[in-house]
Design a protein around this ligand. Structure first.
Ligand code: C2E
Ligand code: CA
Ligand code: CA
Length: 523
């Protein structure tokens, strides 16, 4: 059924359920990325801090060793070489200890007597020198720690492999480089002049307060992704699950928003409710006394939907008020140009639900409808079903008083199926009773049914109101009712409810508004 599901439910014509589903990912992913970046930076900073501590420890050993042998400076190499070797071997990380005097390295723990120049100006702060290689290890860089004494200096050679290992081990996420002067050492033990790490998004640097060296780490995307996968993978999975949940929720909402009520609301917005017209025939003159307007929903997919499939829900939700208003406007547009083809005071009847009588809209809508026609050309009739009686109140009493003064007629629809009292009929200024078609269908049936129908007709006659019988399908029914004084008849025998074009065509071919012989349905 067309009211259950519709492809037209998306308010923006967009697959919004997908957008909602992606929302956690769209919002969460940048947040996670940002968090990962922060964590990455924190890890890098922590790594660099650890590297600094370890390098300072290594240098502390060199510092100690050079202190221990500083008294040997100036003493002959023959005497000094042995203690130099002992201290060199006993001190972790220190590969050699050397003594200098008058600008010359005159004694080394490795070779004994030597004669190389000291070059003190090459030392950063006179203390540290990073050399790409030296005579002993031309392929491998060496770090030299220098301690100045009154007679010269002590130099401690440190294998850069230890330093490179330290850089490697402490590098938690981004590679760390060590800088001494204008030379750098990376975690692979290579020395270089600046230039590496140019693609780094942002560098983190630190400078030791105890020794003249700096460290630099360059976190970039290549080092970020492994961290993102390892530490934020579960969160990303959760986000994806949340997206899934959001998607399911949005889909469920979408389905709910496709509810019949929503669909009716859409139909109202898209102006899809159409009037069909069924004539009411005056049996005395054999002419059309008026029309009943019956609502149809011209649904884009389902085609014409009869009112019993949507009117009850529209009544419960209050949407019927707007729908009736839409219907009245269309009827006015259909009939106003042809008003002089209709007999004077031609009845136009609308079905009005009880809830509609509880607001001020009804009066306004009636006024608006009537204003579309020249005065006294048509008579507006409001049909109120007996199945759902109005609650008498000051407001409804006043409303019906006003409607009466405006010459708007009230008909009780489906008469006989409810229990409207005489007081009720008077209070609401009822003009017509419409005998329900279930009673009309009793014509020609058993005696008890006949009796019931006769009673309804008698009651209607005694109430001294205009009587309309609905659902006349056979000539037998027509004759029976007319014999019993029922003046107005409506039913398939005369015409089925028809769209405006058919009505206009019929009116055009029968200028006297008496097309009662049009397509009778005999049984
Ligand atoms: P109703 O007011 O009693 O309208 C008469 C119903 O009987 C119409 O059904 C009409 O097509 C049908 N009918 C007419 N002659 C015959 C006949 O000879 N034989 C048979 N079997 N049926 C006949 P429809 O158009 O399906 O409307 C059904 C109900 O929906 C209406 O009953 C009315 O209660 C409600 N309705 C229709 N239009 C509106 C509306 O604009 N507003 C409100 N609130 N209710 C409406
Ligand atoms: Ca009716
Ligand atoms: Ca009826």
């Amino acid at each position: 059924m067309p009211l259950s599901r519709s492809r037209y439910s998306s308010p923006f014509g967009l697959p919004w359920a997908w957008l909602v589903a992606l929302l956690p990912l769209l919002l969460g992913a940048p947040l996670i990325y940002w968090q990962a970046e922060r964590a990455h930076e924190r890890q890098t900073a922590e790594g660099i801090r650890q590297a600094q501590g370890k390098l300072e420890q290594i240098l502390d050993y060199a510092d100690n060793a050079t202190t221990m042998v500083s008294s040997l400076v100036g003493i002959s190499c023959q005497t000094a070489v042995l203690p130099l070797r002992e201290h060199s071997m006993a001190t972790p990380f220190v590969r050699s200890l050397n003594l200098t005097h008058q600008g010359n390295i005159y004694c080394t723990s490795l070779y004994g007597i030597s004669g190389a120049p000291e070059e003190p100006e090459q030392y950063v702060d006179g203390q540290l020198r990073l050399m790409p290689g030296n005579q002993v290890t031309p392929e491998r860089a060496v770090l030299i720690f220098r301690r100045e004494t009154t007679d010269g200096s002590v130099l401690a050679g440190i294998d850069t492999q230890y330093l490179a290992d330290t850089l490697q081990l402490t590098s938690l996420s981004a590679p760390i480089d060590l800088q001494i002067g204008d030379l750098w050492l990376d975690a692979q033990g290579n020395t270089f002049h600046d230039g590496v790490g140019e693609q780094a998004t942002h560098e983190i640097t630190t400078t030791s307060s105890r020794y003249p060296f700096s460290l630099r780490a360059s976190p970039d995307d290549t080092t970020l992704w492994p961290l993102l996968r390892a530490d934020f993978g579960p969160l990303l999975i959760m986000l994806a699950l949340l997206s899934l949940l959001f998607g399911i929720g949005a889909r469920a909402l979408e389905r709910r928003s496709n509810s019949p009520l929503r669909e009716i609301r859409r139909g109202l917005r898209d102006n899809e409710f159409e009037p069909f017209y069924q004539p009411i025939v005056d049996i005395e003159t054999n002419t059309w006394k008026g029309l009943e307007v019956l609502m149809r929903w011209n649904h884009p997919q389902a085609g014409l939907i009869p009112p019993d499939q949507f009117v009850p829900l529209a009544e419960r939700s209050g949407l019927i008020v707007g729908m009736t208003s839409q219907l009245m406007a269309k009827v006015a547009k259909d009939l106003a140009p042809h008003v002089y083809q209709l007999s004077p005071g031609f009845h136009v009847g609308f079905n009005i639900s009880a809830s509609h009588c509880e607001g001020k809209h009804l009066l306004e809508q009636c006024q608006q409808f009537l204003s579309a026609f020249p005065a006294d050309t048509i008579t507006l009739v409001l049909e109120l079903t007996e199945r759902e009686l109005l609650k008498p109140s000051e407001m409804t009493t006043a409303l019906f008083e006003t409607l009466g003064n405006m010459n708007i007629r009230i008909a009780i629809d489906d008469f006989g199926t409810g229990n409207a009292s005489l007081a009720y009929l008077r209070q609401f200024h009822v003009d017509y009773l419409k005998i329900d078609r279930s009673f009309v269908a009793m014509v020609g049936q058993d005696a008890l049914s006949h009796h019931l129908l006769d009673n309804i007709i008698d009651l209607s006659t005694r109430l001294n109101l205009g009587i309309v019988a609905e659902g006349i399908e056979t000539t037998l029914q027509r004759d029976y009712l007319s014999q019993r004084g029922v003046q107005f008849l409506q039913g398939y025998l005369y015409a089925r409810p028809m769209p405006a074009e058919d009505l206009m065509r019929t009116l055009a071919t029968s200028p006297e508004s008496s097309p009662v012989k049009a397509s009778p349905l005999e049984t």
